[in-house]
Design a protein around this ligand. Structure first.
Ligand code: GDP
Length: 195
């Protein structure tokens, strides 16, 4: 997939700011610091369109990136930071609920997981949340460059097991460092774009 155009259209804090153009959307979710921005930047071939190393406490927004004038990547705020206050967490929940419950053009979700470790309880909750909205989920197991080749299959199997990955969903090993897995990620995304 060649990305000719990618722009941040809006960082929305509420529903009334969402773009109204009826383009298909792909939501991207993941634990804070898991490598979500790096994934987005790598697959759309931009150095730093998505902001990396987001700090806790910064404004939580839904970032709508318009790609090739044809669809949106929606970067949803990360989860799992221990230091976030209860109030912040509630705000996060409300924002997620508001977006996922009503977005008609939302075709699929991408869930970014760290391939080195078992999915956390928060990862499992996020996966279940996405499935609750009947979304096909592509799991991106990132930081592939940080494990030995011989360990890959075992780690992928653990992710499938711990998430209790459903049949329609896939897990794709990926590295933002080497670009490995990029084509497979695009294939998975592309398969859902026109559904
Ligand atoms: P975000 O908070 O989920 O958007 O995470 P970032 O994209 O900012 O990444 C967090 C940290 O992990 C940064 O220091 C990245 O350089 C690093 N990182 C992200 N993806 C990879 C990867 O595939 N391999 C390696 N080695 N580091 C990565």
């Amino acid at each position: 997939m060649k990305v000719n155009q990618a722009e941040l259209v809006i960082s929305a804090v509420s529903k009334k700011q969402y773009p109204t153009e009826p383009l298909p959307e792909i939501a991207l979710a993941g634990r804070s610091n898991v490598g979500k921005s790096s994934f987005i930047n790598k697959i759309i071939q931009r150095k730093a369109l998505a902001r990396t190393s987001s700090k806790p406490g910064k404004t939580q927004t839904l970032n709508f990136y318009k790609i090739n004038d044809a669809y949106y990547f929606v970067d949803v705020p990360g989860y799992g930071y221990a230091k976030v206050s209860k109030k912040e967490r509630e705000k996060w929940g409300k924002m997620m609920e508001e977006y996922f419950a009503e977005r008609e053009n939302l075709n699929m979700a991408v869930l970014i997981i760290d391939i080195r470790h078992d999915p956390t309880n928060d990862d499992v909750m996020m996966y279940d949340f996405l499935k609750h909205f009947d979304l096909p989920v592509t799991v991106i197991a990132t930081k592939l460059d940080k494990i030995k080749r011989g360990q890959r299959a075992k780690h992928l199997q653990r992710i499938i097991q711990v998430l209790e990955l459903e049949e329609e969903d896939t897990v794709i090993p990926f590295s933002a460092e080497t670009g490995e897995g990029k084509d497979d990620a695009w294939k998975a995304i592309y398969a859902h774009l026109n559904n």
